[in-house]
Structure formats: structure tokens, C-alpha cells
Design a protein around this ligand. Structure first.
Ligand code: GDP
Length: 135
């Protein structure tokens, strides 16, 4: 049975800054996901804090919010068969050093902080995150 989903993807400041957005989009498209909507924006510190609210008790929360709001990002709605899991797979592990070969984070990530991409991790979060950026 088909399971067409939408998920939210973000190309983070470190990747936009290094002009990697097109290369990252190629990897997404190669994996049979389509980009339904996209925009290049810069969010405020407050918006980043809202977006990453689930991490507010973590020691890295402050740094994370400062980072996501530090420069332009590309936010995208991806759509396709099992889009949430497929996107997580092509992103690779949170820490680029732990990521599998061929994944975006392995190829382009600099560190666990500057790991080039974000992707929704569940159906509920995908809906919330898409709504957050494309309402
Ligand atoms: P993701 O879904 O793979 O992006 O990981 P999470 O949702 O758990 O975390 C969100 C972001 O916070 C990650 O992409 C990392 O940039 C950052 N992060 C997560 N865990 C750590 C950590 O242990 N240390 C630091 N410095 N950053 C982290």
C-alpha cells in the first residue's frame, strides 16, 4: 500500500553559507522525494527557540537556537513515499562522525552543531513543523 507523506527539511546556516543547498537538493531528488514548496529565510532567535522548544532543557539548547538564527536557511516541504523515514535516512546520524557513508551529514556536516540539515522525525512533528514555516 502506498504511504505518501510530507516532511519538513531545513538546510541549516553552515550549508547555505557554503553554497551546498543545490547539492543537498540533488540528494533529496535522487531519493524520489519531491520539493513541494521551499523558501530561503532567516529566522529570529525567538523563532528558533520556539522551533526547538522540545530541547529547552538540554545543555546545548542556547547554542542551538543561536546557531539556527545565525544566517539564512532553506526550509522545504518534501513529499513522497515514506518521506519522513527516507529523509531521515539520507540525512544520516545527528553527529556527522557517526553518519553512514553517502549521507548528507557524512558528506557535508562539520560537527554535531553544524550538521547541515534538519528533518522531521515523526508524522506529528512533520505536521507541526510544516505549519510552523508554511502557515
Ligand atoms: P536531529 O533530529 O538528528 O537533528 O537531532 P535532535 O532533534 O536530537 O537535535 C536537534 C539538533 O540539536 C541536532 O541536529 C544537533 O545539531 C543538536 N544536538 C543534538 N544533540 C546534541 C548534543 O548532544 N550536543 C550538541 N552540541 N548538539 C546536539
Amino acid at each position: 500500500m502506498s504511504n505518501i507523506e510530507q516532511t519538513l527539511s531545513i538546510i541549516k546556516p553552515d550549508a547555505v553559507e557554503r553554497n551546498l543547498a543545490e547539492k543537498i537538493k540533488e540528494k533529496i531528488l535522487e531519493n524520489k522525494l519531491i520539493i513541494k514548496n521551499q523558501k530561503k529565510i532567516q529566522i529570529t532567535r525567538e523563532e528558533a527557540a520556539e522551533f526547538y522548544k522540545v530541547h529547552q532543557t538540554k545543555p546545548f539548547y542556547d547554542k542551538l537556537c543561536n546557531y539556527l538564527s545565525s544566517g539564512p536557511i532553506v526550509v522545504m516541504i518534501l513529499e513522497g513515499e515514506n518521506a519522513i523515514a527516507v529523509n531521515r535516512k539520507i540525512m544520516g546520524a545527528t553527529d556527522p562522525e557517526q553518519a553512514d557513508d553517502g549521507t548528507i551529514r557524512k558528506e557535508f556536516g562539520i560537527s554535531i552543531d553544524k550538521n547541515s540539515v534538519h528533518g522531521s522525525d515523526s508524522g506529528d512533528n512533520a505536521k507541526k513543523e510544516i505549519q510552523f514555516f508554511f502557515n
